[in-house]
Write a protein that binds this ligand. Structure first.
Ligand SMILES: *[C@@H]1O[C@H](CO)[C@@H](O)[C@H](O)[C@H]1NC(C)=O
Length: 415
């Protein structure tokens, strides 16, 4: 079992554990099971959400009817933001659908790794999209011991570092094993394992070091706050061991972690996640209440976390859903706070821009559907996204189908 690292973290860990216990009875079939209804748990919602809750029914029939109507409206549009309509072009679909996959762009190639095909099947290969001729190809296998989802991943432009992650389908345990892919030769090598395994930690290369922080601990739910780094060069470790660094202000998986202009940003994410059902031989996923956040933190040469302007709404499942274009971080889709009544997961259908010249967030467009764990690329003025899990439809933001589609649109940024 994971232990809290210090007194500071203890309160949060206890709180999260209590919430986990409260939610322990609320079992669902994870990805597909959006038909389940959850009873309310005693959880505090952000005030922006409380403001949108319908008032309690006073028992009168007409009032009840009105509430029902309100509820339906809330459920249809909950958390969608006003956003410009964009013209989307459908490109060649990926060879397989992918949820919780990973992606790295190098020049005109988008390397797409791993992921769930269904909750019971995980991929163990790489597909490559070529932005020049808009085709998929070049499939090759991953090492057998590499994790299949919730990976930390980053590139220096040639070598891709692949850190820890979940090994196997459903809600199986994580591995600390870490690998390097040389994209010039498509050959793999082993790398120094992380001190302990993590799910979906924030991962970046910064100042000659590979940084890994946050993520979920070994039980998949408890947020980790630890932050490690190791010196790297040309796909090799320059040190024998990972070194401890300043812990991340909030732990948990599924954030965007981006380095721009010698500053490291950690954006969005969540605390808590689905866990394996105790005693389940297949590690069946069961729902645990997560808290999604809009927080943005930045590390600069002072090596102290600084709080940056928050995202336009809480957003998680965005670790490979971003690109840096013209000194802006662009983020595509994700998940936001769960529905206040149904407790179902709510997907995000917008594109966000964090303009680093102005240190300001913008909502810059609507996606063809709400979708989480998108894999994003950018080529010659066009923003591309593929994979992920989309919503049930325009009126229902809960997750349903795992996608292979690839889309693009002309990227229009606020200067
Ligand atoms: C990025 O900046 C260049 C140079 O100012 C400009 O031509 C281009 O349109 C910009 N791209 C986007 C997506 O805004």
């Amino acid at each position: 079992m994971a232990r809290p690292t210090g007194k500071q973290n203890y309160g949060r860990v206890v709180l999260v554990s209590c919430l986990a216990l409260l939610a322990a009875g609320l079992v669902a079939d994870f990805l597909w099971a959006s038909s389940h209804r959850f009873s309310s748990v005693g959880m505090s919602l952000p005030s922006s959400v409380i403001g949108q809750l319908p008032p309690n029914s006073n028992g009168k029939d007409t009032e009840k009817k009105k509430d029902k109507l309100r509820e339906r409206k809330l459920s249809a549009t909950f958390q969608d933001l006003a956003a410009p309509e964009l013209k989307w072009e459908k490109m060649a679909a990926a060879p397989v659908p992918r949820l919780d996959g990973a992606a790295i762009q190098i020049r005109n190639f988008l390397y797409v790794f791993a992921g769930y095909g269904t909750i019971d099947i995980v991929h163990s290969h790489v597909d490559i999209y070529n932005f020049v001729d808009n085709t998929w190809g070049g499939r090759f296998d991953m090492p057998k011991e590499m994790a299949h989802s919730h990976l930390g991943m980053v590139t220096d432009g040639r070598y891709i570092y692949i850190v820890t992650g979940q090994y196997g389908p459903q809600c199986r345990g994580p591995t600390a094993k870490t690998f390097v892919l040389d994209t010039d030769t498509n050959s793999w090598s082993d790398f120094v394992p992380l001190p302990v395994p993590r799910y979906a930690p924030a991962t970046q290369l910064w100042r000659g070091r590979l940084h890994v922080m946050g993520g979920s601990r070994e039980n998949r739910h408890t947020p980790g706050l630890e932050h490690w780094s190791i010196a790297v060069k040309d796909g090799k470790a320059m040190e024998k061991e990972w070194r401890s660094e300043i812990p991340i202000p909030r732990g948990g998986p599924h954030r965007a972690c981006v380095v721009v202009d010698d500053r490291l940003f950690v954006i969005g994410g969540q605390e808590g996640d689905f866990m394996a059902k105790p005693g389940s031989p297949i590690f069946k996923c069961s729902r645990r209440m997560e808290v999604v956040f809009s927080d943005v933190y930045m590390l600069d040469e002072e090596m102290k976390w600084k709080v940056m302007p928050s995202m336009p709404k809480p957003d998680s499942h965005i670790e490979f859903a971003w690109k840096v274009v013209n000194n802006s971080i662009v983020i595509v889709g994700g998940t936001t706070e769960k529905h206040p009544e149904t407790k179902k997961m709510v997907l995000v259908g917008e594109i966000f821009q964090f303009n680093l010249n102005k240190m300001k967030w913008y909502v810059i467009g609507k996606l063809p559907y709400r979708v989480k764990t998108t894999l994003v690329g950018y080529w010659e003025g066009q923003l591309y996204f593929t994979s992920g899990q989309r919503d049930k439809g325009p009126d229902d933001p809960a997750p349903r189908k795992v996608m292979a589609d690839m889309w693009r649109t002309k990227l229009i940024l606020n200067p």
